[in-house]
Design a binder for this molecule. Structure first.
Ligand code: ADP
Ligand code: MG
Length: 238
């Protein structure tokens, strides 16, 4: 569960092509990071995988199933939004259980899933608090917890740490790495932070202008960057 394949994927906004034929295979349980300069198409590509943007041309398969035209809710993926998307009037428990409750799951099931997610994210002491009574890092963990309860086959993160301060970013990077070890789910993570990419990724996908410049492990990209752009972006001494 959780393997993802893109074939000749393109995105056009009107006459403007922003994703220019992407081929990519992501394995079950892999932690893949999209990096590249602002405007290169990272968010658009992630949103197409999530189903929040239509795919103009090409195909997307999940575990071998063509989901190119499937709505987001049928894909079994979780897009993790930034923590400011929490419901301010609900406590942590209600925030995390909300989507299951509205999907009609039983109280017992909602409670069990929320407890398991809270444990994985070490949020048990905060279940009765409201978002405003939490630190930035705790809020971000609740935002992640909201998607864990739905047992997604893969997690999609779009710069989840970009509005946290430097110390919190380091703490959350560690939390996310641990979460990946615990859940063993596929994770696709967008960032423009090289350190985040180098420390979290199994493989890094370097994008520029809607095309893939290079794909490889952090070590491969650092030691054998394919061109000057990748070398400069990764910070390797080429
Ligand atoms: P990144 O996340 O790498 O910064 P984006 O995927 O957000 O880049 O954007 C890629 C390109 O697509 C940019 O040039 C952006 O202006 C354009 N773009 C993104 N969303 C839209 C949209 N809804 N309509 C028109 N152009 C868009
Ligand atoms: Mg973006």
């Amino acid at each position: 569960m959780g393997s993802i394949a893109l074939r000749s994927v393109e995105k056009w906004f009107g006459q403007t092509q922003v994703i220019k034929g992407i081929d990519l295979d992501i394995g079950d349980g892999e932690f893949v990071i999209f990096v590249g300069p602002s405007g290169c198409g990272k968010s658009t590509l992630l949103r197409m995988i999530a189903g929040l943007e239509d795919i103009s041309r090409g195909t997307l398969t999940l575990d071998g199933r063509d989901v190119t035209a499937e709505p987001p809710s049928k894909r079994g993926l979780a897009m993790v939004f930034q923590s400011y998307a929490l419901y301010p009037h609900m406590d942590v428990r209600a925030n995390m259980g909300f989507s299951l409750k509205t999907a009609g799951r039983s109280k017992a099931e909602v409670a069990a899933k929320v407890d398991a997610a809270a444990k994985a994210l070490r949020l048990q002491p905060f279940l009765d608090r409201r978002p405003k009574e939490l630190s930035g890092g705790q809020r971000q963990r609740v935002a992640i917890g909201r998607s864990i309860v739905r047992d997604p086959v893969a997690f999609l993160f779009d710069e989840p740490l970009s509005n946290l301060d430097a110390a919190l970013r380091v703490e959350m990077r560690y939390e996310i790495a641990k979460l990946h070890q615990t859940l063993k789910s596929t994770m696709i993570y967008v960032t423009h932070d090289q350190v985040e990419a180098m420390t979290l990724a199994d493989r890094i996908v370097v994008l520029q202008g809607g095309v893939i410049e290079q794909v490889g492990s952090p070590k491969e990209l650092y030691e054998r960057p394919g061109n000057l752009f990748v070398a400069q972006f990764i910070g390797s001494p080429k």
